[in-house]
Design a binder for this molecule. Structure first.
Ligand code: ATP
Length: 233
C-alpha cells in the first residue's frame, strides 16, 4: 500500500496480512504510519496505489460504510465515543452497519454479548459516555465496534493514557476476542504489552515495514529497540 497526504508519503509500499483468529500488532514510533494504515483499511483514506483484500474481495476504493458492513470495525485513536449519549445509545449506534434481516434480535444478542464481556458497561448503561473513566471509554469504544458483528477489528492504541492494570484488563479482553475467531490488527506505540498478546507483529518506520515476525522472535530482537530510536538501517 502507498498512501500520500498531498505531497507527503505516509505509507511507502507496506505489505501485511492478517489471518482468521489472529492478533497482529502494528508497532512503530510517532508518525510511522500506523493510524494511516488502519484508516486506509477502513476506507477513511484512499491509497495512492496497492490493494486491500478482505477474504478474496478487493475493498480499497469502497465507501467506509460498505467496508464496515463487510465486517471491518475500526476502534479509532482517542476512542471517539459520543460524550452526550448514554452507554446504551453509543452501543446501539455501533449496530448501524447491521442489515435489516433479523436486525432486532441480532442487536439484542450483540448487546448481551458486549455486556457480558464488559460488565462495567452493563452497570453503567444509562450513564453518559463523556462521564466514563478512560478505561471505561475504551471498553465502550471496543463494545461499540463489536455491535456490528465484525470479522476484523482494527484497534488504534487502546492502551493510551490508561493505568497498567486497566491496560492488562483491556489486553485480556482482546485475547478473548481473538479466541472467538476474530482477526485483530492492534496498533500500539509501546511494543511490550502488544507483543505479549499478539501472535505476530510488524514494525513500521517512516511508512515502511522495518521488521516483521512472530511476537516471540521480535521480543528477542535488538533491532526492535533500534527501530524505535531511529538508528536501524
Ligand atoms: P502516532 O503514533 O503519532 O499516531 P502513527 O504511526 O499512527 O503515529 P500516522 O498518524 O499514520 O502515524 O501519520 C503518518 C504520517 O502522515 C505522519 O508524518 C503524519 O504527520 C502524516 N499525516 C497523518 N495524517 C495526516 C493528514 N490528515 N494530513 C497530512 N498529513 C498527515
Amino acid at each position: 500500500l502507498h498512501v500520500r497526504y498531498g505531497g507527503i508519503a505516509a505509507l511507502s509500499g507496506i505489505s501485511l496480512s492478517l489471518r482468521k483468529g489472529e492478533i497482529v500488532a502494528l508497532l512503530g514510533a510517532n508518525g510511522a504510519g500506523k493510524s494511516t494504515c488502519l484508516r486506509t483499511i477502513s476506507g477513511l483514506v484512499r491509497p495512492h496505489a496497492g490493494e486491500i483484500r478482505l477474504a478474496d474481495k478487493v475493498i480499497q476504493g469502497t465507501a467506509p460504510e460498505k467496508i464496515s458492513r463487510d465486517g471491518v470495525a475500526h476502534v479509532p485513536e482517542h476512542r471517539r465515543i459520543f460524550a452526550p449519549l448514554s452507554v446504551a445509545d453509543n452501543l446501539l449506534l455501533g449496530a448501524y452497519p447491521l442489515g435489516r434481516r433479523g436486525r432486532r434480535s441480532r442487536i439484542a444478542e450483540r448487546l448481551k454479548a458486549v455486556y457480558e464481556l464488559f460488565p462495567r458497561l452493563a452497570e453503567r448503561r444509562q450513564q453518559l459516555g463523556g462521564t466514563l473513566s478512560g478505561g471505561e471509554q475504551q471498553m465502550l469504544a471496543i463494545g461499540r465496534a463489536l455491535m456490528s458483528e465484525p470479522r476484523v477489528l482494527l484497534l488504534d492504541e487502546p492502551s493510551v493514557g490508561l493505568a497498567p492494570r486497566v491496560v492488562d484488563a483491556i489486553m485480556s479482553t482482546v485475547k478473548i476476542l481473538r479466541d472467538t475467531g476474530l482477526s485483530i490488527l492492534l496498533v500500539e506505540q509501546f511494543a511490550h504489552s502488544a507483543l505479549e498478546i499478539a501472535d505476530r507483529a510488524y514494525v513500521l518506520r517512516s511508512g515502511r515495514v522495518a521488521l516483521e515476525g512472530s511476537s516471540a522472535e521480535l521480543s528477542r530482537d535488538k533491532r526492535l529497540v533500534e527501530s524505535y530510536l531511529g538508528s536501524a538501517s
